[in-house]
Design a protein around this ligand. Structure first.
Ligand code: ZN
Length: 223
């Protein structure tokens, strides 16, 4: 998207807008990328697969105790050792009854989706935002999404409503909170932006730079 990451992460944190995030579209509209991830079925399926692969890979080492217990319970009937299986070391049980296929089955049994939800919700959202940047933000007034590149600025009054350049040609009106621009004689939307020190095109670096130049030029004239 070409906008400095820090810039829009700051914007997202400052404004409690609902966004749709890249690759998490099926998770719906959320203020927090972590919630979008948790509600995205495709993301969670992927996550579960990675988790279970990890458990299966380390079934015989890191998770040997719970894996051996599961083997005793599920496959103990195949045991033909002299000693009672319950008195044998985990490593002996795993050697006799464990297979890659069973490690995978155990991993599915062991895996708890709750752990993933808790893990994702406790994570620093910045990593997720890098992988899944916002692509649209929700307009309450229009009840539809606005592509983030088209967001001109966010309502300075409620901070909850995006506006586009198209609808803000010579005046500003927030369809959500009703805030509006009061332009004096000879003033235009650029004066409004300067007066309120608004961040213009927070998600579009080319337009952001273009507007920065426009604002600086205006400032020079008025000095
Ligand atoms: Zn507003």
């Amino acid at each position: 998207m070409g906008v400095p990451l820090d810039e829009w992460i700051k914007t997202i944190r400052r404004h409690p807008l609902k966004y749709k995030f890249d690759g998490l579209e099926d998770g719906g509209w959320h203020k927090d990328v972590r919630e979008a991830a948790v509600f995205s079925e495709s993301y969670m399926d992927d996550y579960a697969e990675k988790e279970t692969d990890y458990y299966a890979k380390y079934a015989t080492t890191e998770f040997s105790e719970t894996y051996a217990d599961w083997l005793r319970r599920e496959h103990g009937h195949e045991w033909d050792g002299k000693k009672n299986i319950n008195h044998c070391a985990d490593s002996t049980v795993i050697r006799a009854l464990g297979t890659d296929q069973r490690a995978q089955e155990w991993a599915y049994w062991y895996y708890e989706p709750d752990w993933s939800w808790e893990g994702i919700r406790a994570d620093d959202p910045e990593y997720l935002l890098k992988e899944h940047p916002p692509i649209e933000c929700w307009s309450h007034a229009y009840e539809s999404g606005v592509p983030v590149e088209d967001v001109f600025f966010l309502c300075p009054s409620c901070g909850n409503e995006p506006t586009t350049e198209e609808e803000t040609k010579d005046r500003f009106y927030c369809g959500l909170c009703g805030a509006s621009s009061c332009l004096g004689p000879g003033e235009d939307i650029v004066d409004f932006i300067i007066a309120l020190d608004l961040s213009v095109y927070p998600f579009n670096s080319a337009k952001h730079a273009e507007w920065k130049a426009k604002i600086e030029a205006r400032n020079l004239v008025s000095q």
